[in-house]
Design a protein. Sequence first.
Length: 326
Amino acid sequence: EQEEPKFTIGFSQCTGDDAWRRDMLRGMQRELAFHPEVTFLYRDAKGNSSKQVDQIKELISTGIDLLIVSPNEAEPITPVVEQAYQQGLPVVVVDRKTASSFYTAYVGGNNYEVGKTAGQYIGALLKGKGKVVEVTGLPTSSPARDRHNGFLEAIHKYPGIHLIQTISGDWEKKIAKQKLTALFDSIKGADLVFAQNEVMALGTYEVWKEKDLTPRVKIVGVDGLAGPFGDIQMVNDQLIDATLLYPTGGEEAIRVAMQILQNKPFTKENILNTAVIDSSNARMIKMQTDKILSQQEDIERQQQRNDDQLKVYKNQQIILYVLSGL
Ligand code: FRU
């Protein structure tokens, strides 16, 4: 029997504590279950860039064969990733980018496109006229900057749309809520809030609700997460008006990593598409994503069963071996 070559993949995640990143990790684990020859080392930097640099160094020192990284902030994470790449370690960048093109492959959305699509949608929704507030992610992370620039480019085509304020919510619901509440007097006249992710869109909804202002401000978010607490459900329940799909790409990241490790042809830029989810399609998308979620759970159950059976089989082999020596 021929042994498959063994590999170790290290994954440095910028922050692990939200539904979007848990979805990414689950996707990776589902795909990894097809590769029992791979050891997977996971590190969560919990939103701290210098911690992430240390964790990447630690992963490299254990002798990983490939690094997957989602950089918390672009600049601080760039040197360590560049150095690893230049020393010959393959690097797959996911979702957030470094400030350099020294990496082997990228898997994730085109955030400029996400912002631009949001801007075009908002221009049409407001019929070309109105006051808009933008709540951005961490300004030093690449998606926040790219979504902002794409958004500006799109709304500049609408002279009647005024961006009255850009507030940084750092991707966090709590921070977004604090700042929106503190600035409420200057933004309460807004017609629409564009929040750059799901949790900040929910935070925006909650601020307007707490202020008891009806009708609530129009809200457009980003992420398009499935499940009972995801922003697809939020559109369906009319807590927000629309959201832009931003796929997490966990499975794709592992697939590209395996192509690289197995010396197979691969694509350097693997761009996952965006789409608008609003009241016109949310019901249908919810039905489809609910179905996908339950199929994913079936796959995970099946994989667990295979694992259990493999353990039983290995134990039986040991027993047979011991018995044969008697
Ligand atoms: C999750 C998240 C998403 C957002 C992405 C940007 O941690 O904040 O909501 O789309 O990161 O990198």
